[in-house]
Design a binder for this molecule. Structure first.
Ligand code: ATP
Length: 253
């Protein structure tokens, strides 16, 4: 493992990269996942590598939506498993969600490895692995359409960190409420989701866990209020504006 000096200006970002590389070496992450992370990093750089107030608003709405859901599911891919395995398990516990492995680049070995990794971080059950419960989403072609009939297939709300656009759109067509975590406010996933958290998953999941604890103390009416007052399109537009402002600022310094 490479030693990262704590005074390095990109220390945190380098630590996150190390986690992904470790995940890659363990077989959790595919090469395409490393490159997808790079795309996210570029947007994070523009955001100043911090959670904006707009993302905080989306986090509040997303967490309230998960708490109000009847059958919420957190979908996990290789990058998510490598970066925030413990946080996924903790958040699922706080909001009463199931965890399902759902991969863009599928292989039964990697599905199993990711499930075991989550179990080693405290998950009691991980769906998406057993073939006997496999269902297909007709809206997607190819083997990427596989979901678990006990999980995403039956869910009303699905949290999809770092998802691809086709599947997000397919989940919407199936009538699911979709919550995305995506650093690119212009991606198809960000645009198609009901609630998009434009933030790095390594920052947003801990904030969601805290929010879930806070929101579970308040009445259901208050939680519903947080959901009603949210406009995803507006939030995304303001986030792009925030990025523009940051670039303008940077261009003058
Ligand atoms: P779409 O198909 O939705 O238009 P895409 O093809 O750009 O998206 P993918 O490569 O399928 O995206 O998925 C990667 C997405 O995840 C990118 O939009 C990237 O910004 C985002 N991303 C990568 N790493 C992180 C991270 N650590 N936190 C949040 N988002 C991330």
């Amino acid at each position: 493992m490479t030693e990262i000096e704590s005074d390095h200006p990109r220390a945190e970002s380098l630590r996150v990269r190390e986690k992904l590389v470790n995940g890659f070496e363990k077989g959790l992450v595919v090469p395409e996942g490393l490159s997808a992370h790079g795309r996210g990093e570029a947007f994070d750089y523009i955001l100043g590598e911090e959670t904006s107030n707009l993302a905080r608003k989306a986090i509040e709405t997303a967490t309230a939506t998960l708490l109000e859901a009847e059958n919420p599911v957190i979908s996990v891919n290789g990058n998510t498993a490598a970066l925030v395995p413990g946080e996924v398990v903790e958040l699922a516990g706080e909001v009463g969600a199931k965890i399902e492995v759902n991969l863009f680049h599928r292989s039964p070995e990697r599905e199993k490895l990711i499930a075991e990794h989550l179990i080693s971080h405290g998950a009691s059950e991980v769906l998406g692995v057993e073939e006997e419960f496999a269902a297909r989403i007709p809206e997607i072609h190819s083997d990427r359409r596989k979901v678990d009939e006990r999980g995403i297939k039956a869910a009303d709300v699905v949290l999809v960190p770092l998802e691809d656009g086709d599947r997000t759109e397919a989940l919407k067509e199936l009538g699911k409420t979709v919550i995305a975590i995506d650093l690119n406010p212009m991606s198809r996933t960000a645009q198609a989701a009901d609630v998009t958290i434009v933030d790095n998953i390594v920052r947003s999941l801990p904030l969601m866990i805290k929010e879930a604890r806070d929101l579970s103390e308040v009445s259901s009416n208050k939680r519903e209020g947080a959901v009603w007052g949210f406009d995803n399109e507006q939030n995304l537009g303001s986030t792009i504006n925030l990025m523009l402002g940051r670039l303008e600022e940077l261009s003058q310094t």
